[in-house]
Design a protein around this ligand. Structure first.
Ligand SMILES: Nc1ccn([C@@H]2O[C@H](COP(=O)(O)OP(=O)(O)O)[C@@H](O)[C@H]2O)c(=O)n1
Ligand SMILES: [Ca+2]
Length: 486
């Protein structure tokens, strides 16, 4: 008897086609932990496994927020800093196919909380890093290190993330240096990142080539374009440390940045146990003070202005604290706490005139604490709720007084949380850089998004399948149904 060709069985054909789709759509993963001053977040990124890496192909697959505070808060019990990461790492194991674990790079970057801890107690910061490393090595991923990011890196990688996700890095595909373009929307977007302990501003300016204040320059070549980025990270000017700066001093007790009726007894130590303010600790015997709210936006602005130093600038122009800043240029994406705070206050729409934004914030600050509490207490922890008047006022003052935005340029800022389902922040840019995912020179082929790539491959596989079936059908032995001619 003639044996049937196994390739002719439909099951074999279907398995083969699925196999072809699976091979061409293989996904690679990467994990980055953002060890911030207030909390740690784990991000899983995914991208197609094939070699050419066009812009916009890496996307965020999963986000896990580590329970508890940031790793810098575990100085008394460093091993707990490591333990705190376990549940998110377990989630990462579940979200990445097991056979991909050994080749999935795992990075941890720590930011301003650990920068401050290093300044305060460098051996304690070493212990925390050791504990964290021990935990990370205990997982089956490809551990690539846990390290402290410099402020410039944090700013520059945030800028890379925003522009990568916005597909701005390859937008002008022919000719010249990208930023000679007069079309504002063709140029890169600046990045404004507000954390708890530091804040970063990063943008490209035609008037900055790195010669004035070279410490603020980060240069790279991406997809065939040269970028010289201006970036600065202000340590102690994240919103949580800025609150301490604003609170410190003899007049701290009646605080216009908190709602009227707010009345909390606080420990001096909780305010002054930070290198940002430790030298301002008052010589008072008492261990506690009463923090009273005044609920006055204008006075709050004045208090916040006093934490910026505008007196000296040895450059052609400065933002504050004697730090050089070239003229602002183009659009800006403001993320992290900029978004969280303005989103809570319902003030993310920057097409609304700045005057109206300030009036709304002023009304919010003037709302009595009992009323604010009654309205939001079920949704938001009281500690956070109490701080939104301060945080909103801080954001506007930092932008307008610190960075020199005006009521005209305010609308060039967009408050963003995510771009195409990926969080805006430094982590994606960090991973793109460490995995060499953004080539210095432009790829030959035009960019295709991951979704389009998968669609094209799937359509091609289905077409192949249909052709295959048709060929098989034509070769299959058939009963002769033609009427017989006798
Ligand atoms: N849902 C959230 C999450 C964070 N945040 C704040 O966003 C800031 C994040 O800072 P971070 O932990 O990244 O600190 P850095 O190390 O970047 O300075 C903190 O001030 C948090 O309190 C918020 O306001 N709402
Ligand atoms: Ca941060």
């Amino acid at each position: 008897m003639k044996e049937k060709n196994p390739w002719h069985r439909p099951v074999t054909i279907i398995i083969t086609v699925i196999g072809v789709i699976a091979i061409v759509t293989l996904v690679t993963y990467g994990i980055v932990l953002d060890a911030g001053s207030s909390h740690t977040s784990l991000y899983i990124y995914q991208w197609p496994a094939e070699k050419d890496n066009n812009t916009g192909r890496v996307e965020q697959k999963h986000h896990c927020q580590v329970a508890g505070k940031g790793i810098s808060s575990y100085t008394a019990t460093p091993y707990k800093a490591g333990e705190s990461l376990i549940s998110c790492l377990k989630e990462a194991k579940e979200n990445i196919p097991q056979k991909m674990h050994p080749e999935t790079p795992l990075y941890l970057g720590a930011t301003a909380g650990m920068r401050l801890l290093k300044l305060e107690n460098s051996s304690a910061s070493d212990e925390v890093f050791k504990a964290v490393e021990k935990t990370l090595r205990g997982f089956p991923f490809s551990y690539q290190g846990a390290r402290l990011l410099a402020g410039q890196e944090e700013g520059a990688f945030g800028w890379v993330t925003v522009n990568y996700l916005d597909d701005r890095l390859t937008q002008v595909s022919m000719g010249g240096f990208k930023y000679t373009s007069v079309h504002g929307n063709e140029s890169a977007k600046g990045a404004l990142d507000l954390g708890g302990a530091s804040t970063q501003i990063s943008f490209v300016s035609d008037e900055y080539n790195g010669s004035e204040s070279p410490d603020n320059a980060v240069s790279f070549r991406l997809y065939g374009y040269d970028y010289t980025l201006y970036t600065h990270s202000f340590l102690c000017y994240g919103k949580d440390q800025a609150l301490r700066l604003a609170l410190s001093g003899p007049t701290a007790i009646m605080d216009p940045c908190f709602h009227k009726g707010y009345n909390e007894t606080k420990h001096y130590a909780a305010v002054y146990d930070s290198p940002c303010v430790s030298d301002q600790k008052p010589q008072i015997v008492s261990e506690t003070f009463i923090h009273l709210g005044g609920g006055n936006f204008t006075q709050c602005q004045e208090v916040i202005k006093s934490v910026f130093n505008f007196t000296s600038c040895r450059y052609s122009r400065c933002s504050f604290n004697g730090i050089f800043q070239p003229p602002l240029q183009g659009q800006f994406g403001a993320f992290s706490a900029y978004f969280f705070v303005m989103n809570f206050l319902n003030l993310t729409d920057t097409s609304v005139p700045l005057k109206t934004v300030m009036q709304k914030l002023s009304d919010y600050c003037a709302t009595p604490w009992t009323q604010v509490c009654a309205y939001f207490k079920h949704d938001i922890p009281l500690k956070y709720l109490a701080e939104y008047c301060f945080s909103g006022t801080y954001i506007l003052t930092l932008m307008m007084e610190g960075y020199n935005f005006t009521s005209e340029t305010y609308s060039s800022i967009k408050y963003i949380q995510k771009i195409k389902n990926s969080d805006a922040g430094w982590t994606l840019g960090y991973m793109l850089n460490l995995t060499n995912m953004i080539p210095a020179e432009a790829p030959d082929s035009p960019p295709l998004t991951y979704t389009s790539y998968v669609s094209v491959v799937t359509v091609m596989a289905i077409l192949l399948f249909v052709i295959f079936i048709l060929i098989l059908y034509s070769l299959w032995p058939k009963c002769n149904t033609e009427p017989k001619i006798i």
